[in-house]
Design a protein around this ligand. Structure first.
Ligand code: ARG
Length: 448
């Protein structure tokens, strides 16, 4: 092979991350061969011990890679096994087996515990959101649409809005975890295993709940990679939105929150700067993960059936996106756990015009159709502008001129706490609705 082609072809520089999964798969496969008498008991023992020694070499960083001989993790492990126990026994391990089924199995084996780790950190994150939402429930801040001040909401309600997306991601992840549980081992290169290997045994020995049903599909199937990449893309989009909110809220102009030093950086030039790099990196890495998802989808488009080397391009995005997602989740967990909030800044950002909807609602309760009340409340806003005061300061006389239905009880409208408490239907920002959301998260976490 051409020198560059050797480098171009080899995957060991990245698929070495799968070494444990590869050895685990080989040990199971050897047991399957033993059941068929294709390995003697003594040979099985030697193969297992040899593979365990290879694993230990990797664990301890002592595995010596043979440049341009070790093409991928499968050939590297087998080459080393042969050196340790002799080629005559090691050479039997690959009986009826193909690297095509190995890589498809290894990637699933590698991903399973990683998905569980992702789920675990997401649960921690939900726990932090719920705990903060509970202890900080009194704090009211402006809620925004189009980044324009809209209506007052509880700070907790904002936190829980992000928790709601994380909860959705967690439930979707459970679906991905279910579908990865299909074991390709024992399918051969494409057509099936000709020695009658017990695939049910291989699957259960590796802890899979089911076998992949078709050998030709099994060697081509990277749907689980696509699912993980797409799942990560959406999950990261949610972390990116959360990050973007926090970046904005941490500016001096807002000053609602302050990111802990542990998750901030300074400027090399401006001594006063404290930058929310943690959050910017999460926002930035979202693009990276989305690129990997669309990149790998493009790779599998137009592939013919069964295994093609293009599929090797699934390994790096999988490894990278799982790591990026996990790190991003851990970082946002740290940011949220240590975030300082400034309730006074939130409170002082509340302005009476954010209660214009409440003025309209007040008139609805007096029997005026909402379309009309919306118009009337608009006139109040205009009047306030004209007078150079806030809508809470427009006198009752002026209000009565706009609509005779205004009365002295209108004073109750201009109260932010009362405004959030009026949003008491399920899912709203009132105390009871927020507490119900918290209970739902707590109940979900307790079930786990
Ligand atoms: N390194 C390959 C991969 O990652 C393993 C399978 C190779 N199979 C083959 N027939 N060349 O996809």
């Amino acid at each position: 092979m051409d020198g560059l082609m050797v480098e171009f072809n080899e995957s060991l520089p990245f698929d070495r991350a799968l070494y444990k999964a590869d050895i685990q798969g080989s040990i199971t496969f050897a047991k399957g061969l033993r059941q068929l008498n294709l390995l003697s008991e003594n040979e099985l023992v030697q193969v297992i011990q040899g593979l365990e020694s290879v694993e230990k070499e990797w664990d301890e960083g002592k595995f010596v890679i043979r440049a341009s001989i070790d093409e991928d993790i499968h050939t590297a492990n087998e080459r080393r096994l042969a050196e340790l126990i002799g080629a005559s026994i090691a050479g039997k391990l690959h009986t009826g087996r193909s690297r095509n089924e190995q890589i498809a199995t290894d990637m699933r084996l590698w991903a399973r515990p990683k998905l569980a780790e992702l789920a675990a950190v997401m649960k921690e994150l939900l726990g932090v959101c719920a705990a903060r939402a509970k202890s900080e429930i009194d704090i009211v801040m402006p809620g925004y649409t189009h980044l324009q001040r809209a209506q007052p909401i509880r700070w907790s309600h904002w936190l829980l809005s992000h928790a709601t997306f994380i909860m959705g991601d967690l439930k979707r992840l459970e679906g991905v975890q279910e579908r990865i549980e299909s074991c390709p081992l024992g399918v051969g290169a494409l057509a099936g295993n000709s020695f009658g290997i017990n695939r049910g045994f291989l699957a259960s020995d590796l802890g899979f709940s089911t076998i992949h049903p078709n050998s030709l599909a099994a060697v081509a199937d990277r749907d689980f990679v696509v699912e993980i990449l797409q799942w990560s893309s959406l999950m990261m989009a949610h972390l990116s939105r959360l990050s973007e909110d926090l970046i904005i809220y941490s500016t001096a102009e807002f000053g609602f929150v302050s990111v802990a030093d542990a998750y901030s950086t300074g400027s090399s030039l401006m001594p006063q700067k404290k930058n929310p790099d943690s959050l910017e990196l999460i926002r930035g890495k979202t693009g990276r993960v989305m690129g990997q998802a669309s990149g790998f989808l493009s790779t599998i488009k137009s592939l013919p059936s069964a295994y093609n080397k293009d599929l090797q391009e699934s390994v790096e995005p999988l490894l990278d996106c799982v790591k990026t997602s996990f790190h991003s989740l851990r970082i946002i967990l740290g940011v949220l756990s240590t975030l300082k909030i400034n309730p006074n800044r939130m409170k002082s950002a509340l302005t009476a015009d954010m209660l214009a909807t409440d003025v309209a609602d007040y008139l609805v309760m007096k029997g005026v159709p909402f379309r009309e009340t919306h118009h009337i409340a608009g006139s109040v806003v205009r009047k306030a502008e004209e007078l150079g005061v806030s809508i809470a300061e427009v006198g009752l006389g002026d209000l009565k001129q706009i609509s005779p239905l205004f009365d002295s009880d209108v004073a109750h409208v201009f109260d932010f706490e009362k405004s959030v408490e009026r949003r008491s239907a399920q899912g709203g920002t009132s105390r009871a609705s927020v507490l119900a959301q918290i209970s739902a998260i707590e109940a979900f976490l307790a079930k786990q």
